[in-house]
Every structure is written in C-alpha cells, then in structure tokens.
Ligand binder design. Structure first.
Ligand code: MF3
Ligand code: CO
Ligand code: CO
Length: 242
C-alpha cells in the first residue's frame, strides 16, 4: 500500500506544471497515463473501471467528481480536481487535489481552502477507537459552519487489493456512530464540498456528477493507514503537512 500510494502522489506532483491555461483535460490524461504505464510500470485504475473511458478523473468548477477528460481547454479562471488511482503489485493508491488557475475567483479559492481543511480535519482525528461517525461529523461541522455543504451521494472508502472496499467513509454524520477504527485499516478521506446546496445530478454520460444549482464544488483526497497511535497519510506529497 505504501508503494502504490507513493506512486499515486508522484503522479499529482508530476502533472502540476502541466496544469495551465490552454491545455485540454485529455492531454492531462494522456500525460498521466503514459507516466503511470511507462515510468511507474503501474496500472491506471480508472481505465475501464466499470466502463470509465480514461485513466484519470478531471472535475472542473461545478463538476463534483468523476469528470471525464475531454477536448475542453483549461481557462485562466478554472479550478480543477485531478484524481489519480494507480495499481502497483496488486494494491491501490488513491489521491486527488485541486489546482487553481491564475484568475480563479476569491470564492473559488476560499472553497478550495475550506475543502482542504475539511479533509485535514477528518484525517487528524484518525486513531484506534475513534468512529467513522466522529470523522464524518467533524468534516460536516467544519464545512457547514462556513456556509458550505457536504455532498452525500459519494464518500470515502476502504481501499487495498480492491479500488473500493468496505467501509464507506461518509463525510457527514453523528459522533459515536459507525465502525470503530482499528490499526491496519486503510481507507480514503475525500470530501466533496459545495459552495451552494449539497444536491447533485448525474449527466447523461452516466459519469460526470455536477452540482444541481451549478455552484462550485471542490474535493481533496488522501489514502490513510490507521496506526497503533494515530494515522499515516500514505499519499502525502513532499512538503505537505497534514
Ligand atoms: N478515484 C475515485 C475515488 O476517489 C473513483 C473514480 S472511479 C472512476 O474513489 F471510474 F471514475 F475512475
Ligand atoms: Co477514492
Ligand atoms: Co480518487
């Protein structure tokens, strides 16, 4: 898991300098695909996963998640989530981050920062004995006290030999409910936070999830290990401090 997760983090680092005005999300997909396959000698997990047509997810502005790379060129006001999952030696590493282009609005920047803090707040609570409900509650509280909303239809997940395993890691909930964390568990924390209402809809391509009210949405994701006394962020990037 450590190895697969490190590779996923390295893809996000590698792609950063390519996320610029004028590049298409399909070009970003191609660069990531080639890096994962040829340099890392790993497998891009999304490709053909339940019929997903590309190697990464690219979710722009009001897209909540599962955006499909296309010929859409990035604009200087865009915010975009890039979600990378690689398979190495049979294990999955899953991580995503937001990129803000030069002219992203103050609102977009604020949402992006709040969403990062939601993920961070959830991760920092992780230790044996804490429940999944404790984590969900903390994330929901952080978002809602800042006038943002938490998407409920999609959540974090156990991860390992399979892309999506039990348990579901909800980003909302009640303290003291749900599964107790136990050392050795690996799961993702990946809140999707909207600037407007929480409701979403699925586009006719059957993948792209957007906010119903067309408000901006942001997401960050890490894969985390529960340790004897806390957590280890397996997809941490160099210089990142949770
Ligand atoms: N990487 C996403 C997650 O965090 C799942 C993408 S599924 C795909 O769980 F098929 F769209 F790739
Ligand atoms: Co995930
Ligand atoms: Co992901």
């Amino acid at each position: 898991m450590r190895n697969a997760c490190r590779l996923a983090a390295e893809v996000l680092q590698m792609i950063g300098p390519h996320v610029r005005t004028g590049v298409t999300t399909e070009q970003l997909d191609q660069i990531c695909h080639d890096y994962i396959v040829n340099v890392q000698q790993a497998i891009p997990a999304p490709l053909n996963y339940k019929g997903f047509p590309k190697s990464i997810c690219t979710s722009l502005n009001h897209v909540v998640c599962h955006g499909i790379p296309s010929d859409r060129k990035l604009k200087d006001s865009d915010i975009i989530n890039i979600d990378i999952t690689v398979i190495k030696d049979g294990f999955h590493g899953d991580t995503s981050m937001m990129f803000m282009l030069d002219q992203a609005s103050i609102r977009a920047r604020r949402l992006t920062e709040i969403t990062y803090e939601c993920m961070r707040t959830g991760i920092r609570m992780i230790k044996p004995g804490v429940t999944l409900g404790d984590i969900g509650h903390a994330i929901q509280f952080y978002a809602e006290t800042r006038n943002c909303s938490v998407v409920r239809e999609y959540c974090g997940h156990g991860i390992g030999r399979n892309f999506h395993e039990e348990p579901q890691v909800l980003h909302y909930g009640e303290k003291g409910t749900g599964m107790n964390l136990v050392p050795g568990m690996t799961f993702t924390v990946e809140p999707m936070i909207n600037a407007g209402k929480r409701h979403v809809k699925l586009l006719p391509d059957n993948w792209t999830v957007v906010t119903k009210d067309r408000s901006l949405s942001a997401q960050w994701e890490h894969t985390v290990l529960v340790t004897n006394d806390g957590y280890e962020v397996l997809t941490l990037r160099p210089g990142e401090d949770i």
